[in-house]
Design a protein around this ligand. Structure first.
Ligand code: COA
Length: 324
């Protein structure tokens, strides 16, 4: 059975606090904490880019799994902040790791991207077509965040997390992955500039199209409903009950989204892992960073049933159940 045999994460050192943001836009530490749960986030510096963050996280996951670069069969990277639109960031990760045997491609499923990557990796490993797959979620969201817009700039941060997927009898078994999308809502969370529709131009820059834009309240409601339903569906599909879940590791987009979801499910907040206060929303990096931290905090024990769940632009969402 496809399993997670190694996990690693990497966060840049530079911290951007709510107090720093108070000096940049009309906001307060109190408003940000109350409405989002975020206290600080990490920001890249010194020319560091997405493939660098991804490579650091990948090296840690590979060390954890005891896997060398030559053993990697495939690299799947998930990001909305690729080094370039093309070639893929995965090819740069392959280059930086020296993983010369690995095929490499990116996927784009925004904040749900790590779960999408896990689903693809799991399928390749379970089918026997690949032995060792590296999946990595990495983001430099600071590069597409409008630091003049108080509604969006308080939310996002940079970081990366990675996992190795292999067949294993002793490691953390991926019991299922579930994916969903709703393209009807594609425009509620978007970076409109830089693609075929609005290629870079003076106008696209003047209209600030190269930054994340969202309809905050709509995304907020859609996130709670879709995440709640997906958790319930996933539990049922796996013949489990809600009370069988030892820990939910949700995408960290807003503490109030996590709290409202737990309330709807009738589960106590102690069953949800939260680290949004330190890193904000790191999109596809959020889930693997959270898994790594939950493990380091001693929250994951052998045999635990762990639910991963993420929601984001597309709209896309997904879940996975891991037997730790
Ligand atoms: C963005 C978000 C935090 C806003 O929280 P909210 O409770 O919905 O706040 P509102 O948008 O209703 O704004 C309330 C007020 O605060 C103001 N405000 C917005 N950002 C502010 C900030 N950083 N500091 C101070 N005030 C702010 C608004 O202008 C508004 O003022 P008004 O009442 O005078 O018009 C919340 O909607 C959210 O997290 N949405 C999802 C965002 C998203 O897409 N994330 C990615 C998904 S994975």
């Amino acid at each position: 059975m496809a399993s997670i045999t190694g996990i690693g994460s990497y966060l840049p050192n530079k911290i951007l606090t709510n107090y720093d943001l108070e000096k940049m836009v009309d906001t307060t530490d109190e408003w940000i904490i109350q409405r989002t749960g975020i206290r600080e986030r990490r920001i890249v510096e010194n020319g560091m880019i997405t493939s660098d963050l991804a490579t650091e996280a990948s090296l840690r996951a590979m060390e954890d799994a005891g896997v060398t670069a030559e053993e990697l069969d495939m690299i799947i990277s998930s990001t909305i902040t690729p080094d370039h639109i093309f070639p893929s960031t995965s090819c740069y990760i392959q280059q930086k790791l020296g993983a010369t045997r690995a095929s490499a491609f990116d996927i784009l499923a925004a904040c749900a991207g790590f779960i999408y990557a896990m689903s693809i990796g799991q399928s390749f490993v379970n089918s026997g077509a690949m032995k060792t797959v590296l999946i990595v979620g990495a983001e430099c969201l600071s590069k597409i965040t409008d630091y003049t817009d108080r509604a969006t700039c308080v939310l996002f941060g940079d970081g990366a997390g990675a996992a190795i997927i292999q067949k294993s009898r002793t490691k953390h078994e991926i019991l299922s992955t579930n994916l969903a999308a709703d393209g009807i809502q594609a425009d509620v969370l978007i970076m409109p500039g830089g693609g075929a529709k609005n290629p870079a131009s003076l106008e696209s820059v003047q209209q600030r199209m190269h930054y994340i834009q969202f309809k905050g309240k709509e995304v907020f409601k859609l996130a709670i409903n879709n995440i709640t339903n997906m958790i319930l569906e996933t539990v049922e599909k796996n013949g489990l009950r809600l009370k069988d879940i030892d820990l939910i590791i949700p995408h960290q987009s807003n503490l109030r989204i996590i709290e409202a979801t737990m309330e709807k499910l009738g589960l106590p907040m102690e069953k949800a892992f939260v680290n949004i206060d330190k890193y904000g929303n790191t999109s596809s990096a959020s889930i693997p960073i959270a898994i790594d931290e939950a493990r380091k905090e001693g929250l994951l024990h052998k045999g635990n049933i762990v639910m991963l769940v993420a929601f984001g632009g597309g709209l896309t969402w997904g879940s996975s159940i891991i037997r730790w």
